[in-house]
Each structure stands twice: as C-alpha cells, then as structure tokens.
Design a protein around this ligand. Structure first.
Ligand code: CAA
Length: 263
C-alpha cells in the first residue's frame, strides 16, 4: 500500500501500524488524506486475517496525533461541499470502526476535532502523558462533523460530552483517563511498546471469537437488553461450527496453549 499521507508498516507478528503523516500540519485531515484513509480501510476489509491481525493508529512526530480536519481547506467550502466532506469522513470512520480486527488509537499528542473523532472510531485509546484531547469545533463556528456528537457521549456520558463540545476546551491525558475517554496514559516513549503489548495479547486469542466479540459489543450497544442477549446467543452458537472453538476448549482440557488458525 503506497500513500502520500499515510505510512503503513506490517510488523512480523501481524500487527499493522498506520501512521498519519502530515506533520507540517500536525497531521490534519485534508481531503486527500481522508480519501487515502478510505482506500486503506477498504483494502484492510478485503485482507485476510493472516495478513493483518490488528491495527494500531498513530500520528507522525512527537507533537500531534491528528489536529482535526484541515481548517484551511474547509474555510472555502460551500454548504454542499461541507456536507459532502462530513459524510465522506463519517463513512471512512465507520469503515474503520467495522473492521473485524482490534483497532487501537495510540494518541501521541493533540487529538482534536476530527483527530479525536478518528480515535473514537477505534476500539479504544491509549495516550501519552503530553496528549491533549478535545472537540474544538465550536470555537471555529463549526460542530464536529466526523461523528463526534454521536460517539463522544457514548464513551464519556452525555454531560461530560456536552461540557467538552460546548466549551471547545481541550482536556489533558489524565483528565481523559479519569472520564474514561482513554484507557491508559503512559510516557510518550512508553506509548508504542505499551499499545503493542496489549495488542499482542489480543492477537494471541481466537481471532474468530475476537471478531464476534467486537461485533457484539458494537451492535448490542443500541439494542434493548433482550435483543442484545438474543443476538449474543446466536453468535455464541455460531462459534461452535469453527475448528478454533474446538481447539480452544480442547487445549484447555489438555492443559496446553491453543493453536488458533482462524478456521
Ligand atoms: N488544519 C490545518 N492546519 C493545521 C491544523 C488544522 N486542523 N492544525 C494545525 N495546523 C497547522 C498550522 O496552521 C500550522 O501550519 P503553519 O505553520 O503553516 O501555519 C502547523 O499546523 C502547526 O500548528 P501551530 O503553529 O498552530 O502549532 P501550535 O503548537 O501553536 O498549536 C494547536 C497547536 C493547538 C493544535 C493548533 O494548531 C490548533 O488549534 N489547531 C487546530 C485544532 C482544531 O481546531 N481542530 C478542529 C478542526 S475542525 C474539525 O475537525 C471538524 C470536524 O469535526 C470534521
């Protein structure tokens, strides 16, 4: 995969590392970068599990994860262009959110506006202690346009989301940890090793089970308890047609480590 604004590296263990690479603009999301992300997520959806078993997303440089959508580019948008841009970003982030593999945001600095919206579309966020997170759109006379008004409240609760969105204030990594927006805060040099350690654990588990668990957590969020439980039972049952399920349960009885094959 060759891109102008994205760097993609496949580690030997099967973890993919995607770096958003526009450091001159603090990795702001311009139209071109969003289009590259669209292509990237499409390609990842089509890739077999053995190629990329999990994805980590970060920003180039030590200062910023992603400082939002490109404000300079947006400043001349018409109403139609702005709506199109919003829909495009939403679609790309939805593609990302619906990948079957674990996707973790390694927030290494500013995660603002579209940058925080990108991180919110990942499964969860680890942040470096210098990170600052926020949805500053109303300070520009805008509202979040890549899903921030929808996803933030689901993670931090309605009132914290209201406070962050209406004030446009950034919060520190520690504050983000306290309100559940990020799962872990570590020194910047420790960020990537810490994320990789967690992700390595995840890719050692049954991949079909992890994919189903991911689907269930995402899909059942909006459901009634009864509908969610119904879907859970169906998915639980479906796992029993896979060899990996047999392998996992047999390995337990035989007191050995399971060898999952994604079959
Ligand atoms: N768009 C375009 N360029 C950006 C950018 C953005 N979102 N954020 C930073 N840059 C550019 C700056 O213009 C600057 O470029 P020049 O040197 O060519 O002027 C370069 O990146 C470095 O930035 P600063 O000099 O501003 O760095 P700083 O350390 O002084 O400040 C900052 C850092 C606080 C993050 C500041 O850059 C900032 O406030 N950026 C904008 C953050 C923001 O409002 N994001 C939300 C965008 S709107 C959005 O995302 C809508 C949506 O939901 C879809």
């Amino acid at each position: 995969m060759e891109f102008k604004n994205l760097l993609f590296e496949k580690k030997e263990n099967g973890i993919g590392l995607l770096t958003l690479n526009r450091p001159q603009a603090l990795n702001a999301l311009n139209k071109e970068l969003i289009e590259e992300l669209e292509l990237f997520t499409q390609q990842l959806h089509e890739m077999p599990w053995s190629e990329v078993k999990a994805l980590v997303i970060t920003g180039a440089g030590e200062k910023s994860f992603v400082a939002g959508a490109d404000i300079k580019e947006m400043s001349v948008y018409t109403q139609e262009q702005a709506q199109f841009f919003s829909k495009k970003g939403q679609k790309v982030f939805r593609n990302l959110e619906s990948l079957k593999i674990p996707v973790v945001a390694a927030v290494n600095g500013f995660a603002l506006g579209g940058g925080l919206e990108l991180a919110l579309s990942c499964d969860f966020i680890y942040a470096s202690s210098n990170a600052k997170l926020g949805l500053p759109e109303v300070s520009l006379g805008l509202i979040p346009g890549f899903g921030g008004t929808v996803r933030l409240s689901r993670v931090v609760g309605l009132n914290k989301a209201r406070e962050m969105v209406y004030s446009a204030e950034m919060i520190t990594a520690d504050e983000a940890f306290q309100c559940g927006l990020v799962n872990k805060v570590v020194a910047q040099v420790e960020l990537m090793p810490t994320v990789m350690k967690t992700v390595e654990t995840m890719i050692s588990r049954g991949p079909i089970a992890v994919a189903k668990a991911k689907l269930m957590v995402l899909e059942s969020y909006d459901m009634s308890i009864d509908a969610g439980l119904e879907l859970e039972a169906i998915n639980f049952g479906q796992l029993f047609k896979y060899q990996d399920t047999k392998e996992g349960t047999t390995a337990f009885s035989e007191k050995r480590k399971p060898q999952f094959k994604n079959v």
